[in-house]
Write a protein that binds this ligand. Structure first.
Ligand SMILES: N[C@@H](CCC(=O)N[C@@H](CS)C(=O)NCC(=O)O)C(=O)O
Length: 207
């Protein structure tokens, strides 16, 4: 199995989960800064020009963070990366849809790729300011959803926490301090200390 990633990108969540699962995999770096995601070689892997993607041993490709995190967790029995019950799994999907749709793509992506969201480049600075305000609002919602607990799910640590950890690393991009979100900060610090996270950070040159 191969994981296509970029250092510190949302793919880091899947990288952490794979280390937590204990399964063998190869990590393949994609150079987003140089536009490698738009090359024919990478488009053959993911026509959406995004990391993460996983090429499975049967040759099939899976994309989208929530799907990859769910798949790693569900195909790693005994690793305890997701609860087994319907309520726990529904809460995991609720969280991951919010992280992917609102916090990431409705927030941080509009900050870091602001020029893509406007017709006239002159409007980009104002669009990025609005994106920062929206991202801060979504971070506040995440803080409330945690309800004082340093795990997204009541059952304990899960792949959802790996995902939230990566987004918590990006908080300064919204001109905010992680300390403004004390429960998210506790989750971040807890996940940062886990061996799987340490291994993924080291492998991405972030350790
Ligand atoms: N919906 C996708 C979004 C993935 C995404 O936005 N990945 C970013 C890195 S965090 C990326 O590859 N960006 C490259 C680009 O937009 O050109 C997911 O959840 O996996």
């Amino acid at each position: 199995m191969k994981l296509f990633y970029s250092p510190g990108a949302c793919s880091l969540a899947v990288h952490i989960a794979l280390h937590e699962s204990g399964r063998p995999f190869e990590a393949v770096r994609v150079n987003l800064k140089d536009g490698e995601q738009f090359t024919p070689a990478f488009l053959a892997i993911n026509p959406k020009s995004k990391v993460p993607a996983i090429a499975r041993d049967d040759g099939s490709i899976l994309t989208e963070c929530p799907a990859l995190l769910f798949w790693v967790a569900r195909t790693s029995p005994g690793a305890g990366l997701l609860p087994e019950d319907a309520e726990g799994q529904a809460r995991a999907i609720e969280w991951m849809n919010f992280i992917s749709g609102s916090l990431h793509n409705g927030g941080f992506t509009r900050i870091s790729r602001g020029e893509r969201f406007v017709g006239d480049p002159a409007h980009a600075p104002a669009a990025i300011e609005k994106a920062k305000a929206d991202t801060a609002k979504f971070l506040g919602i995440a803080e409330e959803m945690l309800g004082g607990r340093d795990t997204a799910l009541a059952s304990g640590h899960s792949v959802v926490d790996d995902y939230l950890y990566v987004l918590a690393r990006w908080v300064p991009r919204a001109d905010k301090d992680l300390a403004d979100y004390p429960t998210l900060k506790r989750l971040h610090d807890r996940v940062a200390a886990r061996p799987g996270t340490q291994k993924a950070l080291a492998a991405e040159g972030l350790g």
